[in-house]
Design a protein around this ligand. Sequence first.
Ligand SMILES: Nc1ncnc2c1ncn2[C@@H]1O[C@H](COP(=O)(O)OP(=O)(O)O)[C@@H](O)[C@H]1O
Ligand SMILES: [Mg+2]
Length: 325
Amino acid sequence: MPPPLAERLRALLDSTLDRTDLPGLPEPERGKVRDVYDLGPDLLIVTTDRVSAFDVVCGTVPCKGQVLNAIAAHCFERSADLAPNHLRACPDPNAMLVRKLDPLPVEVIVRRYISGSLWRDYSRGERRLYGIELPDGLRADERFDELLVTPTSKAGPGEHDAPLSTEEILSRGLVAPRVWERVRGTALALFARGEQEAASKGLILVDSKYEFGLDRDTLYVMDEIHTPDSSRYWEADGSAERFEAGQPQRMLDKENVRQWLRERGFEGHGRPPPLDDEVRVELARAYLELQRRLLGEPPELPADGLDVHARLVDSLARAGILKGP
Ligand SMILES: Nc1ncnc2c1ncn2[C@@H]1O[C@H](COP(=O)(O)OP(=O)(O)O)[C@@H](O)[C@H]1O
Ligand SMILES: [Mg+2]
């Protein structure tokens, strides 16, 4: 019998992909999670195993990069009829070749439930947020009948995203009115699709962040979609009962790590406490479970002792993206 998943994941704790250095390519832009290599008309986006919370990198989690890459690729493919996206190919489990775009300075979160940062603001008494008036009397994790779109500015390194209203976006000329209309419409359509797909797998898509970019006049969806880094997912079974009883939802996303950090006094300021093995394995399990549910097949884990960076270099050489030795 193969060892249980937690044991296999513990064996991978010391061989996570923390950072990449690809021979013969220019230095990448390093985001919190991704290393982005400029190949000219395309970008090579390598999704590492880094985990960020409250906009700070807190460590690594086994298999996290490959899970994000697989879910994003799957969801891009399954929504290409709704809007064009940046995906061109996946040359490695941790890498995506994408169309290089001119990113919009605004990203949006579509929300079906009041949760996360929106709930925290609301529970502090805020009622007018993102140019939207929220009614009194909402409860934590309550469902909205109508989807909410909450835009934020895209923060640079070390900054936090700032909330925006549609009015500010247009009056400050951050996005042209016609493009903004497309952004909203596309985000809502993608979310509706994601919600349907999640529901068919016994899951609830709670909220989801979308980023967009332009290539000339064409608007593309970029970055990642419907991953557990960019979205919240809850287990559907028993969710209504948990809400009625005022209990927390069962989460298959990064909120678990945010909670773990919050319990230790970290909310994005100063140095995060190092993640312990247990929380790293737990998050890996949640992410792999989400991939299994959404994609309908068990994810393939790297063999014990596999050097993921060496495999990446090898795959990219075979795809002709890196020159061979
Ligand atoms: N197709 C694309 N064209 C240009 N930029 C992109 C594209 N897809 C993603 N990006 C950008 O690449 C970066 C990905 O790295 P990531 O680690 O997610 O960054 P962040 O720390 O901003 O979340 C982000 O800044 C994202 O906006
Ligand atoms: Mg990102």
